[in-house]
Design a protein around this ligand. Structure first.
Ligand code: 6PG
Length: 469
């Protein structure tokens, strides 16, 4: 029987596309799916490579070279556990399972621990880039046993996106680090998407731009330093007509955003690690707030706000481009800061230079700006924070005045800009040498005897706040 180099379980669009990508790159691969329709689709799409799948899990496993490389692209959650359960009795020591869905990193840790007892390497690998990325070059974040990684490295490097010849995949680190990094990637994605939505609100309501003008503005910006996958698709949305009504499709879409959870997980972990990512948090909360549609409609009537027209439209548009660039920097800065804290806590040995390098292509948050971020970590792999890099500092100094003006204007106009406002406040908080939080410590000690530290002496102190000396 033919021996295949890798087998994919789950032949939905992502799994099938990734398999086709592997076949294009000359790898002998196969797949398994319970659904015969999926097997048929694989055969049709993979005709050029005579790509076929199996309807029997046993036959599929028997067709793989040893040590086996089995990749899962099935929905995250309990399905992953049930597939593993079916698989394990058929596998041998040294085989490798790669879960390429958006699994929660704690599930990945648990599965890796359980499977290592049976001599099976379990990899959690985040894949970004959507259907197109899977087919023609995604960014991939694999984490697990380093030696086992070498068994899939040539395949992953061949199928990944490339930037200046560099593959957009690297060994991320041990344990569940791959899924952790993908989760934070998605947190950054949420923040950038929300900032783009806020920009749309400002162009539409503060500047009174038509959909065509918004397209033109985004298109112009996307030819400059803001060039990014998310801005590119956002701009294109402003061209797509609804076949039913002939209106812009966007205008026919309900303004209630859904999510699958990766953004929320990022916020939850940041709270656990006490490493603030307020702009990402705002993006998560804003999607949740959007669900209160009928309440919002009622309150828009009960509590109306009369905005003022902007006189200097051209100047405001220039400032808005600066504010968008600023908020993008902040989104990456918060995500990378969280990765650093997680690396120390979970012993992930993350390399932020390599992570920013593989995010430059293939993934949803790919952007021109990531080249500068990559260069910053290349110059100093120990950078305490993205803001510590001098070239990033130059950028920030240049765009902060415009950003302040945008935030002030939006607030004056009563336009909700949670991510812009939080990005600016995050920046201001971090560049404040003497914060007012000495007062918080005094209050805690006053009513709870929680003690405080002094500025002039080492040690822990408690004061008698009720004495009137
Ligand atoms: C990617 C995306 C991908 C997916 C998100 C959507 O990197 O390719 O992040 O993973 O689009 O899971 O997440 P929400 O449904 O939560 O918006």
């Amino acid at each position: 029987m033919k021996q295949f180099t890798l087998g994919m379980i789950g032949l939905g669009t992502m799994g099938r596309n990734l398999l086709l990508n592997m076949a294009d790159n000359g790898f002998q691969v196969t797949g398994y799916d319970k659904d015969p329709k999926m097997l048929k689709k694989l055969e049709e799409d993979g005709k050029a490579h005579d790509l076929k799948g199996f309807a029997s899990l046993e036959d599929f496993i028997q067709s793989l070279e040893l040590p086996r490389r089995v990749m899962l692209l099935v929905p995250a959650g309990p399905i992953v556990d049930s597939v593993i359960q079916e698989l394990v009795p058929l596998l041998s020591k040294g085989d490798m399972i790669i879960d390429s869905g958006n699994s929660h990193f704690t599930d990945t840790s648990r599965r890796a621990d359980e499977l290592s007892k049976q001599g099976i390497h379990f990899f959690g690998m985040g894949i970004s880039g959507g259907e197109e990325g899977a087919r023609f070059g995604p960014s991939m974040m694999p984490g697990g046993d380093k030696q086992a990684y070498n068994a899939v490295k040539p395949i992953l490097e061949a199928v990944s996106a490339k930037v200046n010849g560099d593959p957009c995949v690297t060994y991320i680190g041990p344990g569940a680090s791959g899924h952790f990094v993908k989760m934070v990637h998605n947190g950054i994605e949420y923040a950038m998407m929300q900032v783009l939505a806020e920009t749309y609100a400002l162009l539409k309501h503060s500047l009174g731009y038509s959909n065509e003008q918004i397209y033109t503005t985004f298109d112009k910006w996307n030819n400059g330093r803001l060039k990014s996958f998310l801005l590119e698709v956002t701009k294109d949305i402003f061209k797509v007509k609804d076949p039913k009504t002939g209106n812009l499709l966007l205008d026919m879409i309900k303004d209630e955003a859904k999510s699958k959870g990766t953004g929320k997980w990022t916020s939850q972990v940041s709270m656990d690690l006490q490493l603030p990512i307020p702009t990402i948090n705002e993006a998560v909360s804003t999607r949740d707030l959007s669900k209160f549609k009928s309440l919002r409609v009622a309150l828009s009537k009960a509590l109306p706000h009369q905005g003022e027209a902007i006189d200097h439209k051209e100047a405001f548009e220039v400032q808005l481009e600066q504010a968008l660039y600023f908020a993008m920097i902040i989104s990456y800065a918060q995500g990378l800061h969280l990765l650093e804290a997680a690396s120390a806590e979970y012993k992930y040995e993350l390399n932020l230079k390599e992570i920013s390098q593989i995010w430059r292509g293939g993934c949803i948050i790919r952007a021109e700006l990531l080249e500068d971020i990559y260069q910053a970590y290349k110059k100093n792999p120990e950078l305490p924070h993205l803001f510590s890099d001098e070239s990033i500092q130059h950028k920030l100094k240049d765009i902060v005045p415009g950003t302040r003006h945008v935030v002030i204007t939006a607030i004056a106009h009563g336009i909700a800009i949670p991510c812009y406002a939080s990005a600016l406040t995050y920046y201001d908080s971090l560049r404040t040498a003497n914060s007012p939080l000495n007062l918080t410590q005094a209050q805690r000690d006053f009513f709870g005897a929680h003690t405080f530290e002094r500025v002039d002496e080492e040690g822990i102190f408690h004061a008698d706040w009720n004495s009137t000396n």
